[in-house]
Design a protein around this ligand. Structure first.
Ligand code: PLP
Length: 362
């Protein structure tokens, strides 16, 4: 067996300890004689799995008691519709468009009400986070929406926008559990698990209780009403049992690493290695404004498409895989989520240094 360093933006690397534990439990989960894939979601075995997963997540993020934690399906993309359907009482919402995911969420919301783009960084290929200290927030906005970490462009909100008293909704798919956050500042946060938490197929949503209502938009599917899922403890229909089980193991792994304060420190160190290298490199350059750099997704280019392609190919041969950048940015992108070990980033930086020596800039 030989494992590579996987820099994919998602589905992404998972902690090796978690995968080993799951492998050991594959055929017989703790004496029940079945795999977790085979057990009933109504069994006491699963009750314990989902109960511990929720409790550990609440502890990691210090989730206040007036927030529900839901394990949902349909990807983060389904939340682009669920959010307006559940929250658009006045049928008005404000969107801050800092990348393709925020833009897709904004377009989706426009199907249900008046969705206004109140700030954007599209003028410079989403390479920065706009100033959100004094936005033209609509007086009747039901919420203000952000994508907190822009997976494709590699930018992150370092301070949350001033929403002028409106509820903040955040897509945190690619920065979930990468550092401590103050949950109270959000009305809703949601994220697909496959970036920083677990396998694809689970979406975690953390929602303030007063936003979980019956008076949703007419036509909202039962499955997309937050109330349905909150009342049923995420067990309204068959949940992604195996995915929730793996997420639960990742939460325990995070606690064993020292929780989110320790993860933040480690993530800053890892990203620092890569950004410091980029800042002194003659061949490679980062593509985003320094003050807005993400700790999770690091895009970079050489400025020459052929050299970029050669780098990606050679890196792959060296066991550093999935470094090709998103088609809208080009170049390379290294996603260095929680589960990417420091040794993986060190190997990447060493390889880049070596590549640079072999390919001097003319
Ligand atoms: C990957 C991603 C999505 C899409 O997630 P799906 O689970 O595929 O729907 C949405 N938002 C962000 C920020 C992402 O990184």
């Amino acid at each position: 067996m030989s494992r590579v360093y996987n820099f994919s933006a998602g589905p992404a690397v998972l902690p090796e300890e978690v995968l080993r534990e799951a492998a050991e439990e594959m055929l017989d989960y703790r004496g029940c004689g079945m795999s977790v894939m085979e057990i009933s979601h109504r069994s006491s075995v699963f009750d314990q799995i989902i109960g511990e997963a929720e409790a550990d997540l609440r502890e990691l993020l210090a989730v206040p008691s007036n927030y529900k934690v839901l394990f949902l399906q349909g990807g983060a993309y389904t939340q682009f519709a669920a959010v307006p359907m559940n929250l658009m009482k006045n049928k008005v919402a404000d969107y801050i468009v800092t990348g393709q995911w925020a833009k897709k969420a904004w377009k989706e919301a426009a199907r249900y009400g008046k969705a206004k783009c109140i700030a954007s960084s599209e003028d410079r290929t989403f390479s920065y986070i706009p100033d959100c200290s004094d936005l033209p927030v609509s007086p009747d906005a039901d919420y203000v929406y952000i994508c907190e970490n822009n997976t494709i462009y590699g930018t992150k909100f370092k301070t949350l926008p001033d929403t002028k008293g409106k509820d903040l909704v955040a897509d945190v798919s690619s920065c979930f559990l990468s550092e401590p956050v103050d949950v109270k500042r959000y009305g809703v946060m949601f994220g697909g698990a496959q970036k920083n938490i677990g396998p694809a197929g689970v979406v975690v949503a953390i929602i303030r209780e007063d936003l979980i209502r019956e008076d949703v938009l007419p036509g909202t599917p039962t499955m997309l009403m937050y109330k349905t899922q909150a009342d049923a403890g995420s067990l309204f229909n068959t949940p992604p049992v195996y995915g929730i089980y793996i997420c639960g193991k990742v939460f325990k792994w995070l606690k064993a690493q020292g929780g989110l304060v320790a993860m933040k420190k480690r993530n800053e160190e890892k990203a620092g290695l890569l950004y410091d290298f980029l800042d002194q490199s003659r061949l490679f350059q980062g593509t985003v404004e320094k003050k807005d750099r993400s700790l999770m997704n690091v895009p970079f280019v050489t400025g020459n498409k052929e050299v970029d392609a050669l780098f990606v190919r050679e890196a792959e041969s060296a066991g550093l895989v999935n470094l090709k950048g998103h088609r809208s940015v080009g170049g390379m992108r290294a996603s260095i989520y929680n589960a990417m070990p420091r040794a993986g980033v060190e190997a990447l930086v060493d390889f880049m240094g070596d590549f640079e020596e072999r390919h001097p800039v003319s």
